[in-house]
Design a protein around this ligand. Structure first.
Ligand SMILES: CC(C)(COP(=O)(O)OP(=O)(O)OC[C@H]1O[C@@H](n2cnc3c(N)ncnc32)[C@H](O)[C@@H]1OP(=O)(O)O)[C@@H](O)C(=O)NCCC(=O)NCCS
Length: 219
């Protein structure tokens, strides 16, 4: 039951008059809500998603609650953006994607993502979400460079980022220790000029089409 003055969150980007959500062809990026904690926790602690995305598998509910309460609130919109990935037409939590710069040692912004295994990997969801975040990053800030790093063995992730226009900067040897073994990392990035040269529909093209009274398209 909504309190007086509270607005119901739109269930999809197409159902508000001038939607401002970053979106792609398949997914839209929305703010974290308290209801997302269980799904976030499950993804963060999963070997299929969280481990590959850099979580160490020991996030507890208290930690997740504090994170969802504080980090998006304090960081979101202040040089960092933290979104939930939802399918167009739904608010289901199928993943998370951030533009941020954790320790500020590299310029530009880091892009971090996981898509829940239950949503299905290899179906284009990750690439679509990465593109939407890139459109937001390059379209709404002055950043020159957006980068990621992942384990060298994480070839699916590298392929998704490559499809979204990232190129390999190099290998970071023995970046971290995992399960008793040293593992190499791969650093990839996309520069503003490369994003500009990528001729594909932008996030705002999908938004415009979805809200166009001429086409009546809903996404
Ligand atoms: C990385 C991730 C976000 C990509 O999302 P996704 O929805 O699976 O990505 P896409 O379907 O858009 O693209 C994956 C591509 O890798 C390919 N692929 C799948 N398994 C692969 C493998 N083992 N090796 C190489 N490529 C692989 C897919 O076929 C697809 O390429 P294609 O379209 O040319 O066929 C998702 O897999 C994930 O959450 N992984 C765990 C967390 C993680 O690794 N995060 C990134 C760290 S920064």
């Amino acid at each position: 039951m909504l309190e007086e003055g509270e607005m119901e969150a739109p269930s999809e980007p197409g159902n508000v008059e001038r939607p401002a959500y970053p979106r792609g062809d398949k997914v839209w990026l929305r703010a974290y809500e308290r209801e997302d904690i269980d799904a976030f926790l499950e993804g963060a602690n999963s070997i299929d998603t969280g481990s590959a995305a850099g979580y160490d598998g020991t996030m507890g509910r208290y930690h997740a609650e504090k994170w969802v309460e504080k980090r998006p609130q304090e960081g979101h919109g202040h040089g960092s953006w933290y979104w939930v990935i939802s399918p167009i037409g739904s608010r289901e939590f199928i993943g998370t994607i951030w533009l941020w710069n954790g320790d500020g040692r590299f310029g530009g912004m880091e892009l971090s993502i996981f898509v829940r295994a239950s949503a299905g990997h290899g179906k284009g969801i990750g690439t679509d979400a990465i593109r939407a975040a890139l459109d937001f990053g390059f379209g709404n800030t002055e950043t020159e460079r957006i980068w990621m790093f992942t384990m060298a063995s994480n070839t699916r992730s590298q392929r998704a980022f490559e499809k979204a226009g990232f190129r390999r900067d190099g290998v970071i040897r023995h970046l971290a220790r995992l399960n008793g073994q040293w593992i190499d990392g791969v650093l990839m990035s996309i520069l503003r000029g490369e994003w500009e040269a990528d001729e594909r529909p932008r996030s705002w093209d999908y938004i415009a089409a979805a809200s166009s009274p001429a086409t009546g398209a809903s996404g």
